[in-house]
Write a protein that binds this ligand. Structure first.
Ligand code: PMP
Ligand code: GLN
Length: 382
């Protein structure tokens, strides 16, 4: 019998809820992906590059033209000049980027601070490296860092803190003041950061994303991770990148070159072309997704769910206490799917220990207007 290295891991909630949505014919607002396509010019560019013979291995660190485009975008968005050669690595998705950064840093006995609720790939990545996650719950209802608890969680074994802003599942944003406070807290200690910023361009109400890339002190010890999947509506392309100072990038690349060696060539070619031709694409994302958030929330205002509009990401949390306080969130997500035809994600699965009486589910609003209207109609009828 094989002894599992990940005894606590099963099939992810995203797979299970998407499957249930298919089985029941429910509208799938569970797993985070758009039900519309990315830009036509971007998709056509892939076919063009495949036809033109761009089908062999890309350079291990990523296509130079794409790394240049990412560097240019970082300069425009965050005012930092990074070296496309020494500080940017293109990876097959953000999940793989996070995995590689963790493997590059973590040894047996190391502790990694993750904030609850958090994305589900962090902990298995840490466990496979022999480390241990220390879960620090974010303060409710705003999902903000609880500084007392963070301070209490730090130990001589803390090697890494994983940040995520805009935050999945809550949509909460980290502020410049919070990054400053974090810098102060870890100054002089041997602690690194992974800053998961895959939703960097999905920030609403005129707020600007605060990136670790714009924080001089924190960047020096950080791996900043992003995903083209989110920014170009192509989650199935599984193409992302990591930005880190040269010494950290060098260590990350040692792992990346044996996990996958490189990311998919024609996808990188197409992204490089599209980014060069449409630098405005990412600037339009806040307005594009805010309109979806507002449509969904305006329609849900007529329901018995209560909520505060998400500040970022393409997820909206809703509280269902007024509807089925008797159900825990897993049962609620299943009931919504089976009985009401709208699939959702329960929030407790993002926690090691969910707060008692958590009555929240997550809806993904990266959907066509028609889907959002149909879903809202069903949800308002409950
Ligand atoms: N981090 C967070 C917070 C996410 O929500 C996702 C999307 N599933 C990822 C990382 C992974 O992105 P990718 O699909 O590029 O691996
Ligand atoms: N990040 C996506 C979400 O939160 C899911 C990605 C996945 O299925 N692994 O819905």
């Amino acid at each position: 019998m094989i002894i599992s290295k990940l005894p606590n891991v099963g099939t992810t909630i995203f797979t299970r809820m998407s499957q249930l949505a298919v089985e029941t014919g429910a509208l799938n607002l569970s797993q985070g992906f758009p039900d519309f396509d990315g830009p036509l010019a971007l998709r056509e560019a892939v076919g063009r590059h495949i036809a033109a013979g761009h089908n062999q291995y890309a350079p291990m660190t990523g296509l130079p033209a794409l790394r240049e485009q990412v560097a240019a975008k970082i300069a425009r968005s965050y005012g930092r000049t990074v070296s496309a050669d020494n500080e940017i690595t293109i990876t097959p998705g953000a999940t793989q980027a996070i995995f590689c950064a963790v493997q590059a840093l973590i040894r047996a006995g190391d502790e990694v601070i993750v904030f609850g609720p958090c994305y589900d790939s962090y902990e298995p990545s840490v466990e496979l490296a022999g480390g241990r996650c220390v879960h620090v719950p974010l303060a409710l209802p705003d999902f903000a860092i609880d500084w007392q608890r963070l301070n209490d969680a730090l130990s001589v074994n803390t090697r890494l803190i994983i940040l995520n802003s805009p935050h999945n599942p809550s949509g909460a944003l980290i502020s410049k003041a919070e990054l400053d406070q974090l810098a102060e807290l870890i100054r002089g200690r041997d602690i690194y950061l992974i800053s998961d910023e895959v939703y960097e361009h999905l920030v609403f109400d005129g707020t600007k994303h605060v990136s670790v890339l714009a924080h001089e002190e924190l960047y020096q010890r950080a791996f900043v991770v992003s995903s083209f999947g989110k920014s170009y509506h192509v989650t199935g392309w599984k193409t992302g990148y990591v930005v880190a100072p040269p010494a950290l990038s060098a260590e990350l690349r040692k792992v990346h070159q044996y996990v996958s060696f490189c990311a998919v060539t024609p996808l990188q070619c197409a992204l490089a072309d599209y980014m060069a031709e449409h630098p405005e694409h990412v600037e339009n994302l806040p307005g594009f997704y805010q309109a979806k958030r507002d449509l969904f929330c305006d329609l849900l205002a007529g329901s018995r769910f209560s909520f505060t509009r998400a500040a970022g990401t393409f997820f909206q949390l809703v509280d269902y206490s007024a509807i089925r306080p008797d159900l825990d969130d897993l049962a609620m997500a299943e009931w919504l799917t089976r009985a009401h035809g709208v699939a959702a994600i329960p929030v407790s699965v993002f926690y090691q220990q969910p707060p008692k009486e958590l009555r929240l589910v997550r809806f993904c609003f990266a959907k066509r207007e028609e889907t959002l209207r149909q879903a809202a109609e069903k949800l308002c009828a409950i």
